[in-house]
Design a protein around this ligand. Structure first.
Ligand code: PEP
Length: 256
């Protein structure tokens, strides 16, 4: 990856771990990641109910805290939802938006993703916007078309500065939780394409600053080759982030 972009290693704990388990894992990550934090950004995304306990475990550590979703309104009659104001109040710095599980299982549309990204930024949260094609879309040659639509819709209403400050995650749906990691070449091809799209829509400076993560079966044994690619600026990690040992190996990757 380009030297000017600080790598991001983000853990998505999905619907795993009680508050006590999440706090324990956060303490282990805090202890084990201490030596890389100047050079690398480490983020943890626990479930909503564990955010308070993880915030406490991370206090003063320099490790970021992310929600896994949000509602675009600041407050209102939206039973079961969590607002950007609430995430910020609980200590979050980031929020994952448009994860493929949200798009596929909970019907989140490109329009909803765009609204959420705007709302996150408006409330001082860095959005981690996820894009990526399904297996059927890849096999029918539509990867670039799908990624282009998702990226452009998510970023369209954002200013140049907002795009530069945001994080994007390319997560091919067929690689999430399946053990089938995209090859470094496949990931780089799409991520370089995304950066070109951003260059076209928001200019060279925003494209050069935007961190683009890869997500999909990242493990200690494949992170190095992924991070050696010019347009891969970090990883969004699901399964391998649920144990301190494997996540810390990922955090301590050596590119190449
Ligand atoms: C994810 O949930 O964003 C993800 C990439 O999961 P996994 O690492 O388990 O494929």
């Amino acid at each position: 990856m380009a030297a000017a972009r600080r790598p991001v290693l983000a853990a998505n704990w999905k619907m795993y771990k009680t508050a006590a388990e999440a706090a324990q894992l956060a303490r282990a990550v805090r202890e084990g990641a201490r030596d890389v934090l100047g050079a690398r950004e480490v983020l943890l995304a626990p479930s909503f109910l564990s955010i308070a306990a993880v915030a406490e475990a991370l206090r003063g550590s320099g490790i970021g805290l992310a929600g896994q979703n949000l509602h675009h309104e600041a407050e209102g009659a939206f039973t079961g939802e969590v607002s950007p104001v609430m995430l910020k109040d609980a200590g979050c710095t980031h929020v994952i938006i448009g994860h493929s599980e949200r798009r596929q299982l909970f019907g989140e549309t490109d329009e909803a993703v765009a609204k959420k990204a705007r709302a996150a930024l408006a409330h001082g949260l860095t959005p981690i916007v996820c894009v990526g094609e399904t297996l059927a879309e890849r096999e029918s040659g539509r990867t670039m078309e799908v990624v282009e639509r998702q990226t452009e819709k998510a970023l369209r209403a954002l200013s140049t500065d907002q795009v530069a400050a945001a994080v994007l995650a390319y997560e091919p749906v067929w690689a999430i939780g399946t053990g089938k990691v995209a090859t470094a070449e496949q990931a780089e091809e799409v991520q370089a394409f995304i950066r070109k799209l951003v260059n076209r829509s928001h200019g060279q400076a925003a494209a050069a600053a935007l961190r683009i993560l890869y997500g999909g079966s990242v493990k200690p044994d494949n992170i190095g080759i992924l991070m050696a690619q010019a347009d891969i600026d970090g990883a969004l990690v699901g399964g391998a982030s649920l144990k301190a040992d494997s996540f810390l190996q990922i955090v301590h990757y050596a590119a190449g």
